[in-house]
Design a protein around this ligand. Structure first.
Ligand SMILES: Cc1ncc(COP(=O)(O)O)c(C=O)c1O
Length: 277
């Protein structure tokens, strides 16, 4: 196997040499943030949007954001070092508070920054055409941490596993009041009476994909509005899609085993998104 390289702080090194102390707060407490981006033929999509979200979350948690990082250059070097200048790649940026004593959110810290890239194989065209079944995760989640891409992903991993155990491919996450929030690793978009909506949710991540899609729809005179949404409304919708930076837009084919028509609008939405990148 070819050697994999990662950025650890300011060094591009083989992954086998990349060491993070066991008392790094990312490991101890999940005290950190991450971003997942997609690159195609070394073009990293929506880099500024991802960095803005990361920086905003870093501010929210008093985590010093690394200044003066030549992001474009670093990502290009990383992709080249990993033989990913052609094809699709999953790029992860991880930022933790590093090693620092005390509970709370100590500002006196030396953050750890890791960037890595791996080959990414998107779902097949047949999978996009057929859509994914989803299952509703019964445990509600209402927390301000949900608005950030923090390293506390255990809830989402458990939700995804719940869905997989039901033979579904993604879990729908509910707020504590039972309203729909998002997917375990995806935002949700749905069609209702010819209009596109996102579930209104106080603790959902603000997805880069749906944000960019909203801009693309606006440029075509269409809107993507937020609306308090129940599972019953999703089941009765004219189309439901999962959206994230890696796979783009995936139609939903069933909710808890109840089939949902894969909307003919899928190709249109995918085109709007592609035009934005
Ligand atoms: C919980 C959650 N919601 C939404 C998304 C979609 O976000 P983005 O479009 O920025 O990839 C993700 C992405 O992984 C996620 O983990």
């Amino acid at each position: 196997m070819e050697k994999q390289f990662v950025w650890l702080n300011n060094d591009l090194i083989p992954v086998s040499q990349a060491r993070v102390p066991v008392n790094d707060r990312g490991f101890l407490y999940g005290d950190g943030l991450f971003e997942t981006l997609r690159a195609d033929d070394a073009r990293v999509h929506f880099l500024s949007e991802h960095l803005e979200r990361l920086a905003a979350s870093a501010r929210a948690f008093r985590l010093p954001f690394p200044e003066n990082i030549p992001w474009q250059e670093r990502l290009a070097q990383l992709l080249a070092a990993n033989g990913l200048s052609r094809g699709s790649a999953r790029v992860k940026i991880l930022l933790t508070r590093g090693v620092a004593p005390g509970l709370g959110l100590p500002k006196e810290c030396r953050p750890t920054l890791v960037i890595y890239a791996q080959p990414y194989t998107p779902p097949s065209p047949e999978e996009y055409a057929a859509g994914w079944p989803v299952a509703v995760f019964p445990e509600g989640r209402s927390t301000f941490v949900g608005c950030h891409k923090s390293l506390n992903y255990l809830f989402y991993l458990a939700a995804r596993q719940f869905a997989l155990d039901q033979g579904a491919k993604e879990a729908l996450i509910l707020e504590a009041d039972g309203l729909v929030s998002e997917g375990a690793a995806t935002s949700l978009i749905y069609l209702h009476q010819g209009r596109y909506y996102l579930p209104a949710s106080a603790s959902a991540l603000s997805g880069v994909t749906v944000t960019v899609l909203g801009r693309g729809l606006a440029a075509r005179g269409l809107t993507l509005e937020t609306r308090r949404t129940t599972v019953a409304q999703l089941k009765a919708s004219g189309g439901l899609w999962l959206a994230n930076s890696l796979m783009g837009l995936m139609p939903v084919a069933a909710v808890n085993g109840a089939p949902l028509p894969v909307s003919a609008a899928t190709a249109f939405l995918q085109e709007v998104l592609a035009d934005m990148s």
